[in-house]
Write a protein of this length. Structure first.
Lengths: 287, 319
C-alpha cells in the first residue's frame, strides 16, 4: 500500500506528507488506533519544539526586513537545515529561459524532505536583475554578466526557498522571532532599494541589502493596497507575463530585490507604486 | 557611499584566470570533484566577492610586513615568489620566499590570520585537523613546495592581523602525505584526460555551502534528523542539570574571587567563618611547544550543547 497520505498543491509547491513508517494494513490491524493518535500528537508537539529550537540557531545577520516582514537569508536557512536535518536533492537545472536582448533566467528545481514530508520547490534568478547587470551605475550588456554568479544565485534561491517553504517559515512575524530566537527587528538589516544610498547609511556591497534600514515615513512601511496588487497583476497579464514566477521576477527586477518576492502582497505601498509606475512606462513605451 | 565605491573598485580587480594545472595551494582541498571541475570548468566557477578580495589584498600587505620584519631582524630572504612546475603531475605553485638560516635555505609560506585563527594553530597537526577548510589546505601546499624543491624542512610564518604578532610553525616533509597528494594529482589528471567527473563527496556544509561549483555539482544533502526521545531518566537528569547550572557557574566565580582574596593569608576570621590556607607543592612540566607537538595526536570527545527550546535562545554548554 502506498504510504502517501495527503497531496496539497500550493502554487508551484507540491506538498506530500508521508508517514514516517510504512502503514501497511497488517500494522494498522495490530495497533491500537488511539495509541497511534496519541503518538502522532506527541510527535507533532515534539516537532513544534524542534522547529522553535531551530530559530534559536540564527542571529540577526541571518534575517532581513523585507516589506516589513522577517525574511530568512540563505545563511540562516543553512543553519536551520543543518540543525533540523533537512535533506534536499536537486532534480533539475540549470534550466535556461530566454528573456530577450541576450538576457536569460536560470532555474533550478529540487526536492526537500523532513520527517517524511516532501516538497518540490523552484529557485531562479535573471541576468537582467540590477544585482548582476549594474556596474558603476552603468547597465551591463548580457554578455558581460557573469553567468556563474547568476547560476549560483539561482541555486542559492532554490535552497533558501525550499527550506523556508518546507518549514513554513515564510509567514513568521517579528513577535515569533523575538519570542523564539530573541531577535529584535531593530537589529535586523533592511533592504535598500535605492540606487545611491544616502551618506551615512551603512549599506553592504552593491546590490546587497543595506546594513540598517533607513527609518522612513510611516507611509513607506505600509503594505501595498489590494488595488495596487490587482493593478500590478492586471498590467503584467496585459504584458503577457501570466505565470506567477515570471511576475515576481519582473517585480524583483524593477525594485532591484536580491530575492524574488513570494507574493505581491508583501510589497510596501511605495514599492507597489514604483512597480506600477515602471510597468506603465514600459507599456507606454511599447505602444 | 565611500565604502561602496571602494568595494566597487575591488570588484573590478576580481578576474577569472584559466586553470591549466593542479595548483599546490588547492591540492589540499578534500573534494576531488571540485579539483577536477577547477581544471575543466574553471570559467564557470563563481567569482569571490569584493569582501573576500579585501581579505586577499590585506594578506598580501601582511606578507610585505613580514618581509620587512624579517629583513629588519637581519634575515636573508631568497627566491621571493619563485614559481614551481612539476610537469609529470601537472602541479604548479609559487612559493612566498625562502629563508636562509645558518647556511640552510628553507621554503617559507606566510599566512595572515585573524586573532581567533592565529590562537587556534600551534602545529601542523592543528592545521590538518582545523575546523576551517582553508586552513586544512595549508600543509599540502608547503609539502608540495618541499617536494618540488627537494627540501626536507620548511616553515609557516603566521601573522596576527590584529596584534601584528608572529608565530613560526616548522614542518618536516611527510613522505606518506606527499605521496597522497601526488596520487590525488594523478587522479585529477586522469579525469581531465578522460573527460570524466568523480562522484560528489558526501555533503559537507563547511565545504559545499560556499563552493564555487555548487551550482554545477548539485550535491544531494542527506540531513541527520533530530531523534525524539522519551527516555524519562535522561529528561530528569537534563532538567536537574539545567536547574543546577546557573548555581555552578556562580559557585566557580565566587570560589575564584575568594581564592584571590585569601591567597597567601594563613588564617582569617570573617564573620562566623574561619578560613585557613597553605601553599601546596605540586610538580609542573614546562614542555616546549615543539616537543609537545611531537606527542600530539588527534582524539575526540563528545561535546554537548543543551538548549531550552521554550527559553529565549538560552543555551547550556558543557563537555
Amino acid at each position: 500500500m502506498d504510504n502517501k497520505e495527503v497531496t496539497v498543491i500550493e502554487g508551484e509547491q507540491t506538498t506530500e506528507k508521508r508517514t514516517p513508517f510504512d502503514l501497511s494494513l497488517a500494522a494498522i490491524a495490530s495497533t491500537n488506533l488511539i495509541e497511534l493518535a496519541e503518538q502522532a500528537e506527541k510527535r507533532l508537539a515534539a516537532f513544534e519544539k524542534i522547529w522553535k529550537g531551530s530559530l534559536q540557531r540564527t542571529n540577526p545577520n541571518d534575517w532581513s526586513d523585507q516589506g516589513g516582514k522577517p525574511y530568512l537569508e540563505a545563511s540562516g536557512g543553512h543553519k536551520i537545515a543543518r540543525w533540523l536535518g533537512v535533506s534536499w536533492r536537486p532534480v533539475s537545472g540549470p534550466d535556461q529561459e530566454d528573456l530577450g536582448h541576450g538576457h536569460y533566467l536560470i532555474r533550478y528545481t529540487g526536492e526537500f524532505t523532513l520527517s517524511g514530508a516532501i516538497i518540490t520547490e523552484t529557485g531562479s534568478r535573471a541576468s537582467n536583475e540590477p544585482f548582476f547587470n549594474k556596474s558603476k551605475g552603468r547597465e551591463l550588456p548580457a554578455s558581460e554578466v557573469d553567468k556563474g554568479d547568476v547560476m549560483k544565485a539561482a541555486y542559492t534561491n532554490l535552497i533558501q526557498r525550499g527550506i523556508t517553504a518546507l518549514l513554513g517559515m515564510r509567514n513568521l512575524t517579528w513577535e515569533d522571532l523575538k519570542q523564539y530566537a530573541g531577535i529584535n527587528r531593530k537589529d535586523v538589516k533592511g533592504v535598500s532599494y535605492g540606487k545611491t544610498p544616502p551618506l551615512g547609511s551603512q549599506s553592504a556591497e552593491p546590490g546587497k541589502p543595506a546594513a540598517k534600514p533607513a527609518e522612513g515615513p510611516a507611509e513607506n512601511g505600509a503594505m501595498a493596497t489590494e488595488a495596487q496588487v490587482k493593478a500590478i497583476h492586471a498590467i503584467l497579464t496585459a504584458m503577457k507575463v501570466s505565470d506567477e514566477l515570471g511576475k515576481m521576477q519582473k517585480v524583483a527586477g524593477i525594485l532591484g530585490l536580491k530575492e524574488i518576492p513570494t507574493s505581491l502582497a508583501k510589497l510596501t505601498k511605495s514599492q507597489a507604486s514604483t512597480v506600477i509606475g515602471a510597468l506603465q512606462k514600459e507599456v507606454g513605451g511599447e505602444q | 557611499m565611500i565604502v561602496e565605491k571602494v568595494l566597487e573598485s575591488k570588484q573590478q580587480k576580481i578576474r577569472q584566470w584559466p586553470v591549466n594545472a593542479n595548483r599546490a595551494s588547492e591540492l589540499g582541498n578534500e573534494c576531488l570533484r571540485y579539483l577536477v571541475l577547477n581544471r575543466t570548468r574553471w570559467n564557470e566557477k563563481t567569482l569571490h566577492d569584493a569582501r573576500l578580495q579585501m581579505i586577499f589584498d590585506m594578506g598580501r600587505m601582511v606578507e610585505d610586513l613580514v618581509f620587512q620584519d624579517l629583513r629588519e631582524a637581519g634575515f636573508t630572504i631568497v627566491e621571493q615568489q619563485r614559481a614551481f612546475s612539476w610537469q609529470k603531475y601537472q602541479i604548479t605553485g609559487t612559493i612566498d620566499f625562502k629563508l636562509a638560516i645558518d647556511g640552510q635555505v628553507y621554503p617559507c609560506e606566510v599566512k595572515s590570520a585573524a586573532p581567533n585563527a592565529f590562537a587556534s594553530i600551534n602545529s601542523v597537526s592543528d592545521m590538518l585537523h582545523h575546523k576551517w577548510a582553508y586552513m586544512r589546505k595549508y600543509p599540502a601546499q608547503l609539502t608540495l613546495y618541499l617536494l618540488m624543491d627537494n627540501k626536507e624542512r620548511g616553515l609557516f610564518l603566521f601573522k596576527n592581523k590584529s596584534s601584528g604578532e608572529l608565530k613560526e610553525i616548522w614542518m618536516d616533509l611527510d613522505m606518506d602525505f606527499a605521496e597522497s597528494l601526488v596520487q590525488k594529482a594523478e587522479a585529477i589528471n586522469k579525469h581531465v584526460a578522460e573527460r570524466t567527473l568523480p562522484e560528489p563527496m558526501e555533503y559537507n556544509e563547511d565545504i559545499c555551502q560556499d563552493c564555487g561549483f555548487v551550482h554545477i555539482c548539485l550535491p544531494d544533502r542527506v540531513g541527520k534528523e533530530v531523534e525524539i526521545s522519551d527516555n524519562t531518566e535522561l529528561l530528569e537528569l537534563v532538567m536537574r542539570y539545567h536547574a543546577l547550572k546557573p548555581g555552578a557557574k556562580e559557585y566557580d566565580e565566587v570560589n575564584d574571587r575568594i581564592n584571590k582574596l585569601v591567597e597567601g593569608r594563613e588564617k582569617i576570621l570573617v564573620g562566623d567563618y574561619f578560613i585557613e590556607g597553605k601553599w601546596q607543592e605540586r610538580m609542573g612540566y614546562d614542555i616546549p611547544k615543539e616537543i609537545k607537538a611531537q606527542y600530539q595526536k588527534p582524539g575526540q570527545f563528545w561535546r554537548k550543547n543543551i538548549i531550552l527550546v521554550e527559553g529565549k535562545g538560552e543555551r547550556t554548554n558543557g563537555n
